[in-house]
Design a protein around this ligand. Structure first.
Ligand SMILES: [Zn+2]
Length: 874
């Protein structure tokens, strides 16, 4: 572990949270609850630092008084003998139970639809992301996944354990296996891939053997001694966090794949951990139990409420209640934005659990808690992606400008916030939650895979200027040696992409809410129809989201049912159009649902054309000096500008955003070229290296180097075909018709210019005679090469230097030669290939103060450096 990194990490963390007083409701200092810091502590050789960090562990007791009435009342008698601990009595005494008609309460909720009934279009952006994730799930090996569990249970463990946070000495081991069971159940429901079914069933079987062997109900990849430490308020890395993942995984295997054995296993775990919690309360006190909750417990309350919904066993709901961290939920109940300093991903799952408490008990307090929490995160703590947190923590509300860095927006928090907003949408049908869901899924989730590479994901999504997904503290992970928390939530996120497109309202008239426009099909069983939704690819130069929804039914007399179409808040009525079988429908204003009730018949067709507008959105920071920091969005797409740190935009007092941002036309893609030379087994590419032109090694896809090796060749004769295809290059003589300029891909408006014979070439801010080159047939005589002859210095050619033994990094020069030997002719001949970087279909150019920016959706970037927030000045 590089200490430099650790120190810079703490510098960042302490600059944000350096104040002396900390949260009473969490570990102090808060850095200890960071997973990143825990992983460092596990592997550090700096014992002094480790001892110092751990000495702070759980110094502060939980503030009980704020939340007294949430406790089971009969637990207050600390003298009660052990045998009187009665789960059923506790259950009856708890707030919210007994008096509420739960069925009545739940009746108005929208129902989630089964993932078994939704299929994503494999050719869509979402379908490809799902497929990439499926490939990763299939790459993972059952024996390796369960190795630590078998080893722990004393069973033979063939194969090798995985690395990263699943390594056999890492205290968090086993957490990913829980996520794997959830993700594979969701993915199986979404795909019915039989190989995956067999794999996930084998994982459950193997874990079942482990649980049986241990014999107490305990099931974990680490020893139960971790819970002794947890209960003794001693240092241990979030053992209940991992138990939550395993229980949730097993429950998902039961719910989505009907694995009854998995349900029995969760019940066995609930019994075991119920006994542990009971013993802590009886042996010590309820206070001791609450204090222990200062260590992260994930969504223990959530999974236990979900279990209760299936078992109706009062023990499960009481145990769930005992994981409703009262000191945190209490702050939300009194509507205080006290999030700053809390570890985000420890606490969002506690809120999700509280939401389940509302669903089960109907206690409106827990509905309010969820709504207030969502409101403050959304209004004061989230980036334009919808994501939240910096270095895993919340910072001061509406003070995000100085949090912009590499360590923003832990992916797990994005995954969990989506659950919070989804629940709120189901309860309220409020558009703000659907808008949030779309924004965050599209920009926060789709951004975390590295293209189509299975098993390459990120932990943090950097928001600072000139940052890159590849360059945060963790950077991109690897297939088998990362397994960070965010890998676990990542594989779930991409397995359930289809779970929030459609929501159902059951009743006498079946009703469907379509809240996301994602190409997919849905088998709407209660209405007896299948919907096929097709969303056209979006192009920046044709700013409409175009959707068609076709109804298929075999029934001759299907009943009347209602389809509610979301009119997103980001669209406008100006140019919007929705038709049913080619008849225009009257439209509600954006932010509402368009309700279409009908006896649907086969081939009924709805079409939507929703205008996509460019807009800016200020950073969530109420200090006037940061008022100029703005993100740029195109409909739901968050745009990122390709830049290594420059972020100044010049609007020139313009009132319209279209004056300083323009769409990249379709024709530009055909103008993109990379110029290649090959010699002695080396392939070198003509590249912009910080303003001077050099020959560089063939870059990896999705890197800055690929961007810097791509140029737009703009012929001055606009009638001339722009393609550099060699058949267009017949001419060997330089003519005005062949004159072109070369614009670096990421510096629109700038050009490559020579600086006189024998000198290097450089990037220049303005086109002059020295930036004009005639593109002629390659002097080496080959059909597939071109040469660039200077228009201001005829007879002088751009030389990449091949055959002069140049290597990577060599300067590209303007060479004038009269003897024209073979080496010279080869040195000035380049093979044009299509640009190593291509324009995303959604691409724009924004006018900058010092440079212009190419903008494209953040979700499509890989290692390229970018900025999300621009400093927009007049
Ligand atoms: Zn994480």
């Amino acid at each position: 572990m590089e200490l430099r990194w650790i120190f810079s990490f703490f510098l960042l963390a302490s600059s944000l949270y350096g104040h002396v007083s900390g949260k009473e409701c969490t570990n102090i200092p808060t850095q200890l609850s960071s997973h990143t810091v825990r992983a460092q502590l596990m592997s550090t050789t700096n014992q002094t630092w480790k001892a110092q960090m751990l000495s702070y562990y759980h110094l502060n007791p939980t503030d009980e008084s704020a939340w007294m009435d949430l406790r089971p009342r009969n637990l207050r008698n600390k003298e009660a003998p052990m045998e009187e601990f009665d789960w059923l009595m506790l259950y009856r005494s708890m707030k919210g139970f007994g008096g509420v008609n739960m069925r009545q309460q739940g009746r108005n909720f929208l129902d989630e639809v089964s993932l078994h009934d939704v299929r994503l279009d494999p050719d869509s952006m979402y379908g490809r992301a799902k497929q990439t994730n499926l490939e990763y799930l299939l790459l993972l090996d059952v024996d390796r996944l369960v190795w630590n569990f078998r080893h722990q249970a004393g069973l033979p463990a063939p194969g090798e354990p995985y690395g990263g946070w699943e390594g056999p000495n890492v205290e968090l081991r086993g957490h990913f296996v829980g996520h794997y069971m959830s993700a594979s159940a969701q993915m199986w429901a979404s795909s019915h891939n039989q190989t995956l079914y067999e794999k996930m069933s084998s994982v459950v079987d193997a874990l079942c053997d482990c649980q049986k062997k241990v014999g107490t109900g305990y099931l974990s990849a680490f020893p139960s001694e971790f819970f002794d430490r947890f209960e003794a308020i001693k240092s241990v890395w979030a053992p209940y966090y991992t138990i939550h993942k395993i229980m949730a995984g097993l429950l998902d295997q039961y719910i989505l794949a009907s694995n009854v054995k998995a349900l029995q296993m969760v019940v066995g775990m609930a019994d075991y951990f119920g006994n542990r919690v009971k013993n802590v309360i009886l042996k010590y006190s309820i206070e001791r139990h609450w204090t222990s909750l200062n260590e992260e417990t994930g969504g223990m309350n959530d999974v236990l409420y979900r279990l209760y919904r299936i078992t109706n066993d009062p023990k499960h709901v009481v145990l769930a209640h005992l994981f409703d961290k009262p000191c945190f939920l209490g702050l939300l109940a009194v509507q205080a934005d006290s999030l700053s300093g809390f570890h985000s991903n420890t606490h969002i799952p506690v809120v999700i659990g509280a939401q389940m408490r509302y669903e089960i008990t109907g206690d409106p307090l827990y509905k309010e808690i969820g709504a207030f929490f969502m409101d403050i995160v959304n209004s004061s703590h989230s980036y334009a992606t919808g994501g939240t947190s910096v270095s895993e923590f919340w910072s001061d509300p509406k003070r995000l400008a100085d949090t912009l860095s590499t360590e923003n927006e832990e992916s797990c928090t994005t995954y969990n916030m989506l659950k919070v907003s989804r629940n709120l949408f189901r309860w309220t049908k409020e558009m703000a939650y659907a808008d949030y869901y779309e924004r965050t899924l599209m920009n926060g989730v789709l951004s975390i895979q590295r293209g189509r590479e299975p098993g390459v994901m990120i932990y943090m999504l950097p928001q600072g200027p000139g940052q890159s997904k590849a360059r945060s503290y963790h950077g991109w992970g690897t297939k088998f040696d990362s397994f960070w928390c965010c890998y676990g939530t990542g594989i779930e996120s991409f397995s359930k992409l289809g779970d929030s497109i459609y929501f159902e309202e059951k009743g006498t008239t079946p009703s469907l809410y379509i809240i996301q426009y994602i190409s997919s099909s849905f088998n709407w069983r209660s209405a007896g129809v299948v919907l096929s939704q097709k969303t056209k690819s979006v192009y920046s130069f044709d700013p409409y989201l175009q959707i068609s929804i076709r109804i298929l039914t075999n029934q001759s007399t299907s009943q009347s049912s209602t389809v509610n179409l979301r009119m997103p808040s980001w669209t406008s009525l100006d140019g919007a159009n929705v038709t049913l079988n080619d008849q225009n429908l009257p439209l509600p204003s954006p932010g509402n649902f368009l309700c279409v009730a009908r006896n649907w018949t086969s081939n009924d067709n709805l079409t939507l054309a929703l205008p996509l507008k460019l807009r800016t959105e200020p950073i969530k920071d109420d200090r006037p000096e940061y008022g100029s920091l703005q993100a740029v969005l195109f409909g739901p797409y968050l745009l990122a500008g390709l830049t290594s740190g420059e972020w100044d935009i010049k609007t020139g007092n313009s009132s319209s955003i279209s004056d300083w941002i323009t769409a990249v036309p379709a024709s530009y893609n055909g103008q993109l070229v990379s110029l290649v030379q090959e010699a002695n087994g080396k392939i070198l590419v003509f590249s912009n290296s910080n303003g001077s032109i050099t020959m560089e090694e063939w870059p990896a896809e999705g890197t800055n180097s690929a961007v810097h090796a791509t140029f737009r060749v703009i012929f001055q004769d606009s009638n001339r075909p722009h393609s550099l295809a060699t058949k267009k290059m017949k001419t060997k003589t330089a003519t005005a018709q062949n004159d072109a300029i070369l614009e670096p891909f990421d510096l629109p408006g700038m050009v490559v210019a020579h600086q006189g014979p024998s000198n290097g070439l450089a990037v220049s801010t303005a086109a002059t005679a020295d930036s004009m080159f005639s593109v002629v047939q390659g002097l080496d005589g080959r059909q597939d090469t071109v040469s660039l002859e200077s228009s201001s210095q005829r007879g002088c050619f751009v030389s990449g230097g091949v055959d002069y033994s140049y290597s990577a990094g060599a300067k590209v020069r303007l060479i004038c030669s009269s003897n024209s030997d073979v080496a010279f002719r080869r040195a000035v001949s380049f093979t044009p290939v299509s640009g190593l970087k291509q324009y995303n279909p959604i691409s724009f150019v924004a006018k900058g103060a010092k440079q212009n920016f190419v903008l494209e959706p953040l979700l499509s970037l890989r290692d390229e450096t970018y900025t999300v927030y621009f400093n927009v000045g007049a």
